[in-house]
Design a protein around this ligand. Sequence first.
Ligand SMILES: C[S@@+](CC[C@H](N)C(=O)[O-])C[C@H]1O[C@@H](n2cnc3c(N)ncnc32)[C@H](O)[C@@H]1O
Length: 255
Amino acid sequence: MLIIDVITLFPEVIEAGTRYSIVGRAMERGLVAIRLVQLRDFATDKHRTVDDEPYGGGAGLVMKPEPIFRAVEYCLQTASAAEATPERAARIILLEPQGKLYTQALARELAQESHLILICGHYEGVDARVREHLATDTISIGDFVLTGGELPTLIIIDSVVRLLPGAIHSPESLQQDSFSDGLLGYPQYTRPEEFRGWRVPPVLLSGNHGAIARWRRREQLRLTRMLRPDLFARAYLTKQDVELLKELSEDEVQR
Ligand SMILES: C[S@@+](CC[C@H](N)C(=O)[O-])C[C@H]1O[C@@H](n2cnc3c(N)ncnc32)[C@H](O)[C@@H]1O
């Protein structure tokens, strides 16, 4: 079982975001335990202070290191005391806009672990000693700034939990997902066959599984090249992919 500890000032946000759907069911089935840790409980003064003014001056408040270190130590001790003793060292993840960009590859890596500790920042961020001396990873979910680490944490939990064995009904669908093989996913259609004059591509109705697989792969290549040239440049292409790309170029010339 994967243990995910979330250190936060707003546990109710994480609770609301994990109660339903695949993550909620994975918790019920015992595939994952999500433990909410209120950072304020680890403050050392009677006012339960978790933030202070930045050294060197400037606007806003910075989250103090002591409560965060104490909360992480609590998570490590209680997880190893629990029945499901983690086989490996915990990944201690600080959410920060300066972190490594979160990707599906990182989600796959985290889904192999047995204990994740996610630290949600707020205000102007977290005392840098947390990143320097406590966190094993610093992760950003994109080049934008949110008010707190709770939404990034929910994104990580959701993307990791759906990869756990037994979390989703048809695990083969994971292989069809965008990014699973370095390309975007292919377009999907369902009934009706014709909607407001727009028809489903005829090959999908042909019953010819080989032709369908080729069409889907071709669409993956076409869309990735068009929409995400950065991904396309890094993608591993097979001999068949190169042939499909040639076909695509010929079609484009004919049009
Ligand atoms: C207002 S932000 C702090 C921004 C910080 N002053 C900066 O410019 O990098 C407060 C907290 O939200 C979270 N956060 C905001 N944007 C994020 C992102 N793109 N990825 C991950 N966490 C983020 C982090 O936990 C951060 O400590």
